[in-house]
Design a protein around this ligand. Structure first.
Ligand SMILES: Cc1cc2nc3c(=O)[nH]c(=O)nc-3n(C[C@H](O)[C@H](O)[C@H](O)COP(=O)(O)OP(=O)(O)OC[C@H]3O[C@@H](n4cnc5c(N)ncnc54)[C@H](O)[C@@H]3O)c2cc1C
Length: 401
């Protein structure tokens, strides 16, 4: 069996490392355009000048059965089961029996005119330019506009406000800041924004960017020296272009075992996949590292089952926390129910920052641990999936006597 994993982010790496230690008979190849794992959840820290450790794939895969191919994945021929990968001037076809699509997401810069030309994003490739531009804005006490009031926008504006105190920060969001948080969580954001003198414009959509100003849907303009676009993420275009069933954000639609609903030889994990649970009340899986790693791990378990000829368990998942850094030394930890709805409890300040940092470190630690002890990684709600299979086979109320 020839298994190809496209993308070596949180989800793809977790699949590869978990699978490598549990299957002897399969060839496992991971393809990524970079030669290292980048900690994307720390990209706002990189924009603020922090040096973030990159982990070479060569180091992570040493001593495992994972083959690494460095190259840009250009297209997928789902009918012929081939991935087209360009390395330098050469494009080659990589055949697969099972493909794991873990190509993640990136900031949508196409939906609003001017964004591609005049804004920078937190996607990693802008890191150096972003840092240099922000340093300059700081020296000149310039205006920095952050567009997007989701978790990424909040983490970014607070991090930048602390790192570049002379620059004037302004965040604009089409919604309400922190609308998915509890009242106490929202009050924390208000306090931190006023402590850092961050200007906030809520309920207004940016409809166009010019070189020095954003035009809003009420006709007003916000001038800027630097614009950081932290709007919605969209999935890698590969699945849509290959004709797989996808949603409006380009995420491939996957069933309970994370297999494409249109092409079952392709498994989707992480930001690139939207899980269609069998129960209508199930909350959608957010694009997050917190969901990418469980999906990656579950994909490995599904493949192991397929190789062993057993029935793969459905994916089970429950949320626990939303962790939002608010600059160094401060964070908001919002405790949530399994369906991601906020509860009354929060943790803030140094305690919150400590939890957030631990979680960021845990993501890397979990990958190394999985490499050593495959199958170790687990998550909340994992067994719910297994339970559903048992219920389907025996009925929900059956008891042994
Ligand atoms: C600033 C910021 C802060 C965040 N903070 C949090 C947080 O606190 N908690 C949280 O849960 N989530 C957070 N997120 C979201 C989180 O980073 C993503 O949800 C997560 O990275 C998704 O993992 P993934 O493996 O699906 O994709 P990625 O981590 O994006 O990995 C995709 C991989 O595919 C590779 N790739 C893509 N296209 C190609 C191609 N054509 N050819 C070859 N290789 C390709 C990329 O190089 C990359 O290695 C944050 C995101 C940002 C930007």
């Amino acid at each position: 069996m020839n298994i190809v994993i496209a993308g070596g982010g949180y989800a793809g790496l977790m699949t590869a490392l978990r699978l490598a230690g549990r299957t002897n008979g399969a060839d496992i190849t991971l393809v990524d355009v970079k030669d290292h794992f980048a900690q994307r959840i720390r990209n706002h820290q990189a924009a603020a000048g922090a040096s973030i450790r990159a982990i070479p794939y060569a180091k992570l895969f040493r001593g495992t059965r994972i083959q690494f191919v460095q190259g840009q994945i250009e297209s997928l021929d789902a009918g012929a089961c081939r991935l087209h990968v360009r390395t330098g001037p050469i494009t080659r076809a990589l055949p697969y029996d099972l493909l794991v699509n873990a190509l993640g997401s990136f900031t949508d810069v196409d939906s609003t005119p001017g964004v591609k030309a005049y804004a920078l994003t937190l996607d990693g490739r802008h890191s150096k330019l972003l840092r240099e531009t922000l340093m300059q804005a700081n020296q000149q006490a310039g205006q920095v506009l952050i567009v997007g009031g989701g978790l990424t926008g909040i983490e970014t504006v607070t991090e930048l406000a602390q790192a570049y105190p002379r620059a004037r920060m302004h965040l604009v969001t089409s919604g309400v800041l922190g609308e998915a948080l509890s009242v106490a969580g929202q009050a924390t954001l208000d306090r931190v924004f006023s402590r850092h003198n961050i200007r906030l414009t809520q309920g207004r959509r940016v409809v166009q960017l010019d070189s020095d100003a954003a035009l809003l849907d009420d006709g007003s303009r916000i001038p800027f020296d630097v614009c950081v676009w932290a709007g919605a993420f969209v999935a890698s275009p590969l699945a849509r272009e290959a004709g797989l069933s996808v949603n409006a954000r380009g995420q491939m639609l996957v069933d309970e075992t994370l297999r494409s609903v249109s092409h079952p030889a392709i498994i989707g994990v992480g930001d690139n996949a939207q899980f269609i649970g069998s129960s209508p009340e199930r909350a959608p899986i957010r694009m997050a590292c917190a969901t990418a790693m469980p999906m990656g791990a579950h994909a490995a378990d599904v493949i192991a089952s397929l190789l062993n000829g057993t029935q793969p368990a459905p994916f089970g998942f429950g949320y626990m926390l939303r962790c939002i850094s608010l600059g160094r030394g401060d964070a908001l930890v919002q405790f949530v129910a399994a369906d991601d709805s906020p509860g009354p409890r929060i943790l803030t300040g140094r305690g919150g920052a400590w939890v957030k940092e631990l979680i960021c470190r845990f993501t890397v630690w979990a990958l190394w641990a999985e490499r050593r002890i495959p199958g170790l990684y687990t998550w909340k709600g994992r067994l719910t999936g297994t339970k559903r299979i048992a219920e389907a086979a025996h009925g929900p109320h059956r008891r042994s006597i």
